[in-house]
Every structure is written in C-alpha cells, then in structure tokens.
Ligand binder design. Structure first.
Ligand code: LLP
Length: 425
C-alpha cells in the first residue's frame, strides 16, 4: 500500500492533504511518510527473518539516501543500524542514537580524522578500499591501543546493469579492491598490529532491478570467503551492500523474498553475520517534493509549466536524466482534457527540467500544486544553494500530523555564510 494517494479529490500523504502542508510551510517542500518508511523497513526485516534469526543480520540503513535526523531516528528506533560514508553522516547516526556497534563505514576516500572517530567509537566494520587506507587505519588503531574490525570492499567486476553513474562493481569503477588481489590484501592486513580483518564487503551499484548481478557477486564472495578461511582468516561478517531498485516509472523491483532466498542459498552456508545496506528501497517511495506552478507559458513549439522547485532541490533529473512522475494535487476529473507540457524549474539552465513532453491536465495553472513523486531518496540530501535558493525544507508526516524536520532556510542565512574580506569592506 502506498501512503501517497488521492482522497476526496485531493492528494494526501497518509491522512494529510498536501495542500495543508503547502499552506503551512510554503513550497517547495519535501514531504515524507513515516508510515511508509517504517513499512519499507519492516518489509526488509520480515524478508530476512524468514531465512535467518534476528541476531544473524544487521540492516545498516544507507543514510546517504536520506540522512534527515528525524528519518534516521525513526529507523534507528525500528532497529536499523547505519551505513555511513563520511564523518558528517557518522555524527548524524550518533545523534540519531544509533550505536557504533551497529554502524559500518564505507567510502573510497576516508580522512584520518574520520577514521579516528570511527575507531574511537568502535564501529562494527570499516570497509577498506585501498592499501593506503589500510595502513592509515592500522596506525590510528595502534595509537588508540586497539585493533579495528575491517573488511575489504571487493570489486567483483560484475555488471549491475544500472545507470552508468551509479554502477560501482566494475573493474573500471574507482571502488573496492580487485577480487584477484584480495588474498594478498588480507595477508597484509592480518600481519598489521592495528587490524582485525574479520569481514568481506561488496556493493555493486544502485537501482538494480535484476537479481542476477547480485547472485553473481554473492557467488564470487562465497568463493572468496572459503579461500580466505583456508588461508587462516577468521571471516565472521559479510556486508552485501545495498542497491535494490524501486519503481519510478515502470521498473519492476526485485522481490525481497527472492533476494533473501539468494542470501539463504549462497551466503548462509558460510555461517557469517550478514550486513545489508539498503537506502533507496527504504525511503524512495515514501517521499515527494511538493511544488507550486509559478507560471504557465506557451512557446511556438512547447508549453511549459514553470514550477518553484528546481534542479538544486532535486538533482536527479538533471544529473542522471532520472524520471520522476509529476502529478497534480487536485485529482483530475474523469475525461479531463490533457496537454503535453514540459515541467521546468526556475534555474537558469536548460537541464533544470523535471519532465519533457508529458501529458498533464490542461487546466493546471499558476498557483496549482504538483507532487514530484518518489523523491524520498537522494532528493533533499543532494540539494544545494545554487542560484542562492534556500535549501528546501522537509516535513515528516506521522499519525495524521506533520512536523517540519528541517528548518526553512532564510536568504539572510545564506548571505551570512559568505565573508567579505576587510580590504573590500
Ligand atoms: N552502500 C554503499 C557502499 C553505497 O555506495 C550505496 C549507494 C548504498 C549502500 C545504498 O544503495 P541503495 O540501496 O540506495 O541503492 N545519487 C544516486 C544514487 C547513488 C548511490 C550511491 N551509493 C541516485 O540518485 O540515483
């Protein structure tokens, strides 16, 4: 069941009319359904519980998808750990009450300060991506009189068959270490005083709609674990990454039950603790970007709906050519005439376009509200102040009520961050 739909002719998120949120907080504004986020998380939990007991897995929510503290707190409360990729995300996870023991630290370029924070806080796993990083971790851990639990992120050279910009498991991608080099890396790690090489990790890409690449990668991983154990390494944890796709247009996402069955068949015989890092599939369909039509404009060849949300608020269409459905907040009447339009933002770039040549009710006009759908993942987190546009606020809907979960930024706040040097004053 989707938490976003029409009731009495008005688009609602749970039991709240989006119109009401726009009246209270203005537009553009991200709106998330707490119930949908929780449902998505519970669907993951229940699929995994069907194949293994609770203490055999940790769902480390990939908070890069949506790191709003309220969202993280909600998920932490349901039992989620966190996959973090920066010191900033780590601090968010701590602030949300997620303990270091349920956190994994991923990312291809971690700084000394970030690694030190991870080590001091006893993170469950640091996913190492290079020899240089390994040596730095050992140095820090020694200084801290401890040994860091690490895994190497293996690049299994598997084609995830997703968008090129979010494919990560091919040899030509910057991520991980080559499968062929893994044995040498583990040997080196085991000899280091500050390192406990107890895990193996992968993440092959995002928005995967086919299970076959997962199957291939898991199979490589299982082979590697057997080899490493033969070589005397005590591998206790496998981090399988994230990447399960969702429906934006007509994609059919992989079935969670079938995904869990792959884990059961390929991974569980190894007797390891399983870490999962889903992001998009937890929050993507739980959010929309609510926007108002500023102007309607008819050119010689095109009709435009110019809305108050822009590429700086939701970058995905401009950056990846991603498709997000746009629907009106007033339900179209039966038989309503349609017009073919482009839905565009006010930013001075042609790439600031949400939809091209799309059919929308002809009577949509300036002042009307539209919902840019499936925007809960990689939306607000990727927003910027481009064109000196305030960062878009966020609202979380729960139990018939809605709360602002990110402040409305004022233009004054943005200007106050710049510093004019004395010689120009
Ligand atoms: N783990 C690691 C190591 C990752 O790099 C990612 C995503 C995830 C987990 C979560 O993957 P998910 O379950 O969300 O697919 N901005 C892009 C997506 C970038 C994904 C980067 N890594 C987009 O808007 O499509």
């Amino acid at each position: 069941m989707s938490a976003i739909g029409y009731k009495s002719g008005k688009l609602h998120i749970e039991n709240v009319a989006l119109e009401k949120i726009a009246e209270t907080h203005g537009t553009p504004v991200y709106c998330y359904s707490a119930e949908q986020i929780a449902d998505n998380f519970r669907a993951w939990q229940s699929a995994l519980r069907k194949v293994m007991p609770d203490d055999k897995f940790t769902i480390c929510y990939a908070c890069k998808a949506n790191s709003n503290l309220a969202v993280m707190k909600l998920l932490g409360g349901l039992g989620a750990g966190a996959d973090v990729v920066s010191g900033g995300e780590m601090h968010r996870a701590f602030r949300a009450g997620i303990p270091g023991g349920k956190m994994v630290f991923s990312g291809v370029g971690k700084s000394e300060a970030e690694l030190a924070t991870a080590i001091k806080n006893g993170l469950m796993l640091i996913n190492v991506e290079s020899g240089s990083e390994l040596r730095l971790i050992s140095k820090i851990a020694q200084r801290e009189n401890t040994r860091a639990n690490i895994s190497f992120r293996i690049n299994p050279n598997v084609d995830a068959k997703t968008h090129a910009k979010i494919t990560t498991g091919l040899r030509e991608n910057k991520f991980g270490i080559d499968l062929e080099d893994a044995a040498a890396f583990y040997r080196e790690a085991k000899a280091m005083p500050g390192i406990l090489p107890t895990g193996v990790s992968i993440h092959i890409g995002s928005q995967l709609t086919d299970l076959a690449p997962f199957e291939e990668a898991f199979t490589h991983l299982a082979g590697l674990v057997a080899q490493l154990r033969q070589q005397g390494h005590a591998i206790a944890t496998l981090d399988l990454g994230g990447g399960l796709g969702i429906t934006y247009k007509d994609e059919v996402p992989p079935d969670l039950g079938q995904y869990a069955a792959l884990i059961r068949d390929i991974i569980l015989p190894l007797g390891v603790h399983v870490v999962l890092e889903p992001g998009r599939s937890i929050v993507g369909d739980a959010g929309i970007l609510l926007t108002r039509v500023l102007h309607k404009k008819e050119g010689h060849t095109k009709k435009f709906l110019i809305v108050d949300a822009a590429m700086n608020d939701l970058m995905r269409p401009a950056l990846y050519g991603a498709y997000h459905p746009v629907i009106p907040c007033n339900a179209p009447a039966a038989g309503q005439a349609q017009a073919v339009v482009d839905v565009v933002g006010p930013v001075c770039e042609t790439s600031d376009t949400f939809l091209t040549d799309t059919a929308l009710p002809e009577n949509i006009t300036a002042g009307d509200l539209l919902a840019i759908m499936v925007s809960g993942a990689y939306g607000a987190v990727m927003a910027s102040n481009y064109n000196t546009r305030p960062l878009v606020p966020e609202v979380l809907v729960h139990d018939g009520k809605f709360d602002l979960v990110r402040k409305i930024q004022k233009i004054e706040d943005i200007l106050n961050d710049d510093i004019v040097p004395g010689w120009l004053a």
